[in-house]
Design a protein around this ligand. Structure first.
Ligand SMILES: *[C@@H]1O[C@H](CO)[C@@H](O)[C@H](O)[C@H]1NC(C)=O
Ligand SMILES: *[C@@H]1O[C@H](CO)[C@@H](O)[C@H](O)[C@H]1NC(C)=O
Length: 471
């Protein structure tokens, strides 16, 4: 068509010829799907050259010109109806955890199979429980310094805080929607887990404020969801009730000697447990990287630990750099894992690290080639409060008891009282719905990262939440 336009006579510039009209129409039509040129991901190493199940786009958005802060996003379009389906921004917690945790281990479009030897390229298979079966999902690394996001001025940019992070995230959204205006009309949601219990409400507050103030582009924001979200010192700190000696003040280190003794005794007893799911083995040694071999003499129930609907046994794995036990959120500086001199307990991030640090993967997803660790942390120095939606019931890291108590403490009227909810005709957890659209739900038998342990149940509640139907 371009050829016929350039070949037309000069007079066609004044008289709108049918060719020109067509061209104009075509260029308006193109505006409906105007993803930035070159952002589309056309193939992924490990997926064997197969066609992706929907369109994927990836790249950077600069959120702070002065510091050169660039946030990396990976958009998976809905495999159903990207023009109509909701758009969801996904944020893993940390602080300092890459959202590729969600992409690789939780609800991304692929199930990752280890490549065999350490560091070799994993194989990718389709994940039937991907959240992209019902929505488009943006996986975003935030703040700068986390995962594939970075800043030129590291010394200034990497010392950050929750409010600044929310500000940058809002800037990201406004700029991202300018790059992808076709998504402005889709219902937009924000979802995440763990420390995203801080990220999400602070960002949602900004987004809502922006809408009220007429900030453009107008975001069609519909709601948010937090899984196993960190809350505050008191609710999270009292989530595990250790002793009557503490009188409901377990969180307060200096409450009394009797309480302190009781708390340390409990801590000693549970020290070897995997805090992210108390029933799972703690993968701290090379020998228990996989679930127990079939010929071992361990009972079947132990051999089955770690087995889920996903092919990778649950976390012989990675980075769910969630809040460590007994370190509930407090205002102040947060030390990184490196500073603590510890790696994430019970975790191993081999598959994600191998895949994301491979040169051909980086180039396929348009990411800069620097080496990343999945739980590299920017430092967070101020803290705010949040909102909640779902929790699993075997997480000791951010136990559901704290989230449940916090949710109830808001004083909203109960409109659908505590009852089981079902997926595939099985009780999959319990839920209570409050006025103002607040739902609390548990997912039976899951660990800290719910879609990793219970992918089918997670997709069930996710789909119902987006559709606005009852759990
Ligand atoms: C913690 O407990 C001590 C001793 O009972 C008390 O003085 C202090 O006020 C408590 N801290 C808070 C923040 O409530
Ligand atoms: C990255 O993956 C490609 C396959 O796509 C492989 O040929 C290459 O050796 C890998 N690079 C490294 C450094 O492992």
């Amino acid at each position: 068509m371009a050829a016929s336009f350039s070949a037309s006579s000069p007079s066609s510039a004044r008289v709108v010829s049918p060719t020109l009209l067509l061209l104009l129409l075509a260029s308006f039509a193109c505006h409906c799907r105007s993803a930035p040129a070159g952002a589309q991901v056309t193939g992924l190493p490990g997926f064997g050259g197969a066609q992706l199940p929907s369109k994927h786009y990836a790249g950077y958005v600069t959120v702070d010109e002065k510091l050169g802060s660039r946030l990396f996003y990976y958009l998976v379009e809905s495999e159903r109806d990207p023009a109509e389906d909701p758009l969801v921004l996904w944020l893993n917690g940390g602080p300092g955890c890459s959202s590729f945790d969600g992409f690789v281990y939780e609800h991304g479009p692929f199930n990752f199979e280890s490549g065999g030897s350490a560091g070799s390229l994993p194989k990718l298979h389709l994940n039937p429980y991907s959240w992209s079966t019902v929505s488009s999902v943006i996986y975003l690394d935030s703040p700068a310094g986390v995962g594939l996001s970075y800043a030129k001025d590291k010394s200034k940019a990497y010392t950050t805080g929750d409010l600044h992070t929310a500000h940058d995230l809002h800037t990201f959204l406004l700029k991202w929607f300018q790059l992808y205006p076709e998504f402005l009309k889709n219902p937009f949601y924000i979802a995440g887990e763990s420390y995203a219990g801080i990220y999400i409400p602070t960002l949602s507050h900004k987004v809502v404020k922006g809408i009220h103030e007429g900030v453009k582009p107008a975001i069609n924001f519909k709601g948010y969801m937090v899984g196993n979200g960190v809350c505050d010192t008191v609710f999270d700190g009292n989530a595990i009730e250790t002793s009557t000696a503490c009188q409901g003040n377990d969180w307060n280190d200096s409450s009394s000697d009797k309480c302190r003794t009781a708390v340390s005794k409990v801590d000693e007893v549970i020290a070897g447990l995997n805090i992210y799911n108390i029933l799972e083995p703690c993968y701290h040694s090379k020998n228990i990287k996989e679930v127990a071999p079939q010929n071992s003499r361990t009972p079947q129930s132990f051999r089955d630990l770690g087995v889920t609907d996903k092919p990778l046994p649950v976390r012989t794995r990675m980075l769910g750099r969630a809040w460590p036990l007994r370190a509930s959120v407090r205002a102040g500086r947060v030390p990184s894992w490196q500073e603590l001199g510890a790696s994430v307990p019970c975790m191993n991030d081999e598959v994600a690290t191998a895949w994301l640090n491979n040169d051909s993967v980086r180039s396929a997803i348009h990411a800069e080639p620097f080496i990343i660790r999945m739980f590299e942390a920017a430092i967070i120095i101020d803290i705010f409060i949040y909102f909640i939606c779902f929790s699993d019931d075997h997480d000791m890291c951010v136990p559901y008891t704290g989230s449940e108590a916090w949710t109830a403490s808001l004083g909203y009227r109960v409109v659908d009282s505590w009852r089981p909810w079902f997926a595939d005709e099985e009780v999959s957890g319990y839920t209570q719905v409050y006025e103002n659209g607040l739902t609390f739900a548990t997912i039976k038998g899951a660990g800290h990262t719910v879609p990793e342990y219970k992918p089918q149940e997670a997709l069930a509640f996710y789909s119902r939440w987006l559709a606005g139907s009852k759990l």
